[in-house]
Design a protein around this ligand. Structure first.
Ligand SMILES: [Zn+2]
Length: 96
């Protein structure tokens, strides 16, 4: 068996290990619900990918969880509808 001739110093060892570290994953926001997701993957929160539903997120939930989730989705859709409405212009605001 080959045996090292000389001990490597702490400095040499640490310099070698300087490149060994974890990096934070790259995340993007889901265009449907806004949750942060990995790019090129279906959203686990709303089950959407490329603008269409690919995962039925309500399928595996219990009755209680389902109710909460449905409420959440409804609230989100209501919020989107509100956002679609144009903000009042200064003319409309001055009438009231
Ligand atoms: Zn989503």
């Amino acid at each position: 068996m080959a045996v090292p001739k000389q001990k490597h110093t702490k400095s040499r060892r640490n310099k070698r290990r300087a490149h060994i570290f974890l990096s934070a994953p790259v995340l993007t926001n889901c265009p449907k619900c806004g949750k942060s997701i990995l790019p090129h993957t279906a959203c686990s929160n709303c089950g959407y990918y490329k603008g269409r539903e690919v995962i039925d997120v309500l399928k595996k939930l219990t009755k209680k969880e389902k109710k909460i989730k449905e409420k959440e989705i409804a609230a989100k859709e209501r919020e989107e509808k509100m956002a679609e409405k144009k903000p009042l212009s200064w003319e409309e605001l001055s009438k009231k």
